[in-house]
Design a protein around this ligand. Sequence first.
Ligand SMILES: [Zn+2]
Length: 103
Amino acid sequence: MRKFVIEDECHAEWQCEFNSFKEAMSELRRRSNIPWDSEPNICPCTGWKNCERLYTVTEYIVGDESFKPQSEVEVLRVSSKGVVWLNDFEKYFSGETHNNHGQ
Ligand SMILES: [Zn+2]
């Protein structure tokens, strides 16, 4: 069994876990409609006004205590400049590529 974890790569924050990539995506879609300066999009750091969230979805095997990522894809960037959906995640959706560039 696998789990899919939303992380914020900018702040190395483990955000929430899902049973499928699809569920993680629907949470990110929800976040894309929340203002950048409101929870949970607001950055936790002191420079938050100039900072951003970079949401990734990382796939882990449940029970693997090494927490070795099976794949990781950058999906969504949220900042005062706006919301940007990143290109890579579409490949993941179609099942063509499993990216390992975060590793
Ligand atoms: Zn920050």
